[in-house]
Structures are given as C-alpha cells and as structure tokens.
Design a binder for this molecule. Structure first.
Ligand code: ZN
Length: 177
C-alpha cells in the first residue's frame, strides 16, 4: 500500500519506448523515459503500469489497447482502503513526426464534457486520452473499477447508478470514480 494522505500527486509523464524520441517536447521537462526510471526498453507492460502508479505518472504510449487492458487489470486490485487507480494514459499516433506535431496542438483539443482539461487533470482524474493523427483527442475516464471496489466512496456522492466522480478519500487531491 502507498503512504496515503502524505502524497500529493502533481503530474509527470512516463514514456513507453515507442514515444521516447519526443521526451524533450513535453512541458516543463516532466517526461521520463523507461531508461531514466531504471526500466529496460523491453520491460513488460505490467511492470510499466506498476511503476507508473508507484511514481504517480501518466503513461504515454502508442500501444493503447495493450495498456488499456493492463491498466484495467491493475485497477481491479482496488479495495476500499487500497486505491489502485492509475494516473492517466495518453495514446499517441505512430512515428516521430506525427507525435511531434500532435503534441504541439493537442492541449487545445483536451476537453471533457465541454470543459478544458489540463495535463494535471489527466493525472489526477485518471483520464484516458487517445490522440489521432489530426491532433484531435478522444477523452474518457480510465477507471473501469466497479463501485463495489472503489476506494472509500461516500454514499452521498453517488448518483442513482451508484457512480459519481468522488474524491478518492485515500490520496489527497485525487478524484476517483
Ligand atoms: Zn482512489
């Protein structure tokens, strides 16, 4: 378990091997390659997911489907007193030129329910951002965790379907589903 209530996540990006060439293009030198955090290029997806969670970083990759599956598996370990929600997943198109181009414009396209979304929101609200080659982005919650597993939800925050955005209760500043 992590040291709850003492951590206050900011945001940072953990770059999979297939996007490492654009590390220097991320804002504020917030991106780290696998090598920089001590993983091999051949690291398994599940190891990348675990370390991204431990370091409270947003995963950036080209392999969206694989990581979506791995993140869901990981998040399903969530229990009331053990939040396993990730800190967002960003999927970019293939190729350095495409990635460089969309990264320069994607922030304009980051919206959820009409509201602007920052990179910090992507991390703290655990958002899944899939960026297309034309720079537009599809955004939704990465959380697929059922309410029964969710981390200390407050009953008054739940809607009639038993789902609602609610503060994590375990990690300060965090919003889990
Ligand atoms: Zn949580």
């Amino acid at each position: 378990m992590r040291n709850y209530k003492t951590s206050k996540p900011e945001y940072g990006f953990l770059l999979d091997h297939n996007v490492s060439a654009i590390a220097s293009l991320f804002p504020g030198k917030r991106a780290r390659t696998l090598a920089q955090i001590g993983l091999r290029e051949t690291a398994r997806d599940e190891d990348i997911v675990r370390i991204a969670w431990e370091l409270e970083m947003t995963i950036v990759t080209v392999d969206g489907d694989d990581f979506l599956k791995e993140c869901t598996n990981f998040q399903n370990q969530t229990k009331r007193k053990d939040c396993h929600e990730m800190f967002g997943l960003v999927v970019l198109p293939n190729g350095y030129e495409n990635q460089k181009r969309v990264l320069q414009t994607v922030r304009r396209h980051l919206r959820l329910s009409g509201a602007r979304v920052s990179w910090r929101d992507v991390a703290l609200k655990n958002l899944y951002v899939r960026v297309r080659k034309d720079g537009r982005a599809e955004i939704k919650r990465l959380s697929g965790v059922s309410t029964a597993r969710s981390c200390m939800p407050r009953a008054e925050d739940l809607d009639v379907y038993g789902r609602h955005e609610t503060p994590c209760g375990l990690i300060e500043g965090r919003v889990c589903l």
